[in-house]
Design a protein around this ligand. Structure first.
Ligand code: NOJ
Length: 537
């Protein structure tokens, strides 16, 4: 529901729907597009502006759909193209925009291109769409270089050639079932521009770009040689992250999207070390926005949050892009659990406070399904039920992303909590989620849902919120952040364990508090408040 005449993507609140865990219509325990469509009215009531749908394309589901075998269809697990069209139609009727995920760094190994590459000879055009290389060492039995898969283990897999002899190796920065494409190949460039058009023609409002910083590789493919951190956001000079050539891809994509009417937009998944590196993807003629992982990685500390906010706003302003804000998604531990140090109640208090502050920051914001219910991470899933491919590739040392992907609790007092008509859910839901169903929270004015609902309503109505700038109120006590937004709005976050007074120069009345005890004059421990203030002269 656009509130002003700035492009929607500069200030939208975008709700991430992870289809397999959102809502199930057919009763097989896995969410689907008809299920998501049936819950759009819920999202309208909550008050979001857009949804981002994680992948629903045909896929062997080796990485929950981030292994795409056909970019122009819907996996039968999730429905049909007609279901997708119906969802877009209904969302638009409710003034909810729809963003879909595009996965350009790799296909599934089941994709017809990769199957053709395996069947073809080294040096063939079929192999040239991927990154096949000869191995090192005697008989080429060693991988071509020392690159590592993000999911653990080597980034190369050895293939058996058509004649049965060991052959070349192919690169996969993720699972072996996710071979990387060669973006220097014009056929790859053309295919993805055609895929963008396929979905734009169906009416999507934008794309979330998976691993957007990974498509271009240093053609020399040098060894990493221990020069780069094995984990975490990529530093500059890395041979397979943030290579300059990747920007050419997005200049081409921008030309495609700009041909379409309406304000359609890209958001890049760009995990890099500095906000300046990320901002380079948002220069004029490239992408519109990028996820703000610096903010997501900030700890529960006023200094850490302030640094992330200031550096993000400054870097984005340098290229004329809006900042974005995100605290949870399908790849990270839910922020209730990240902030709670093992105490879910404390974590939920802090998560509510951080979210309330996030929704007051200038730019657009992302909500991951279930965070509006205050869901914690599920930490005790049985290993044998885990589907994250990194869990197996690291012998359980990593790959615990299933804990934030447990199907949502909608209603009732026991699993499956109205998730679908069947008895099962693809991951088990904790019985304690009976207190956290959408049904229970929507009618409870003190619930997390009600706080999100109130904040989103104020955000839509208040002229100070959304796109724009902020002004810090300096001199607040340690552990406290306070800022104004014009006209007439202030937000105060208290990360300390003690109640504080709202700074004396903020006089006004309370709009929203993350804690029922918050007021226009006091902020409880681990809480935030929004206050409307008299206009400054
Ligand atoms: C990022 C996605 O968010 C994640 O879920 C996926 O595993 C990787 N990219 C690989 O596609």
């Amino acid at each position: 529901m656009p509130r002003s005449d700035v492009p929607w993507w500069r200030e939208a609140v975008i709700y991430q729907v992870y289809p397999r865990s959102f809502a199930d219509a057919d009763g097989n325990g896995i969410g689907d597009l008809p299920g998501a469509r049936s819950r759009l009215a819920y999202l309208r009531r909550l008050g979001v502006d857009a949804v981002w749908l994680s992948p629903f394309y045909p896929s062997p589901q080796a990485d929950a759909g981030y292994d795409v075998s056909d970019y122009r269809d819907v996996d039968p697990l999730f429905g049909t193209l007609a279901d997708f069209d119906g969802l877009v139609h209904d969302a638009h009727a409710l003034e909810i925009k729809v963003i879909v995920d595009i996965v350009p760094n790799h296909t599934s190994s089941a994709h017809e291109w990769f199957q053709a590459a395996l069947a073809a000879a080294p040096g063939s055009p079929e192999r040239a769409r991927y990154l096949f290389r000869d191995g090192r060492g005697a008989g080429g039995g060693e991988p071509p270089n020392d690159w590592r898969s993000n999911f653990g283990g080597p980034a190369w897999t050895h293939v058996v050639e058509a004649g049965g002899q060991p052959g070349q190796w192919y690169l996969h920065l993720f699972d072996a079932s996710q071979p990387d494409l060669d973006w220097t190949n014009a056929a790859v460039v053309e295919e993805f521009e055609a895929i963008l058009r396929f979905w734009l023609d169906r009416g999507v409002d934008g794309f979330r770009i998976d691993v957007a910083h990974g498509l271009a590789k240093d053609p020399e493919m040098p060894n990493l040689g221990g020069r780069f951190a094995a984990r975490g956001p990529a530093t500059s000079g890395h041979p397979h992250w943030d290579q300059d050539a990747v920007h050419d891809v997005y200049r081409g994509w921008r030309r495609v999207i700009d041909e379409y009417p309406g304000e359609r937009a890209f958001v890049g998944e760009i995990w890099l070390h500095t906000t300046e590196q990320v901002a380079r993807y948002l220069r004029p003629g490239e992408l519109h926005t990028a996820f703000n992982f610096h903010f997501l990685l900030a700890t529960w500390s006023a200094d850490s949050l302030r640094e992330a906010i200031d550096s993000s706003i400054a870097a984005m302003a340098g290229v004329g892009a809006p900042a974005t804000w995100v605290l949870s998604n399908h790849d990270v531990v839910r922020h209730v659990s990240r902030y709670g140090d093992g105490d879910v109640a404390l974590g939920r208090q802090r998560a509510r406070a951080a979210t309330l502050m996030m929704l007051a920051l200038p730019g657009s914001a992302y909500i991951y399904q279930g965070e509006e219910l205050g869901l914690p991470e599920v930490l005790d899933l049985p290993d044998e039920l885990r589907e994250d491919p990194a869990f197996r590739r690291t012998q359980g040392k990593d790959g615990r992303r299933d804990g934030c992907r447990v199907p949502l609790p909608w209603s009732g007092g026991a699993p499956p909590f109205g998730f679908g008509p069947g008895a099962d859910t693809w991951l088990p839901q904790p019985p304690a989620w009976a207190a956290l169903t959408a049904e229970a929270e929507e009618v409870d004015p003190s619930s997390t849902w009600s706080m999100y609902h109130a904040a989103l309503a104020v955000r839509r109505a208040h002229p100070a919120l959304g796109d724009g700038t902020l002004a810090w109120i300096e001199g607040t006590p340690a552990g406290v952040l306070a800022f104004r937004r014009d006209p007439g709005f202030a937000c105060v976050l208290n990360t300390t364990a003690n109640e504080i007074d709202v700074p004396a120069d903020i006089e006004g009345h309370l709009l929203v508090a993350s804690d029922p005890a918050g007021s226009a004059t006091t902020v409880p421990a681990n809480a935030a408040v929004w206050v409307t203030t008299p206009l400054l002269p």
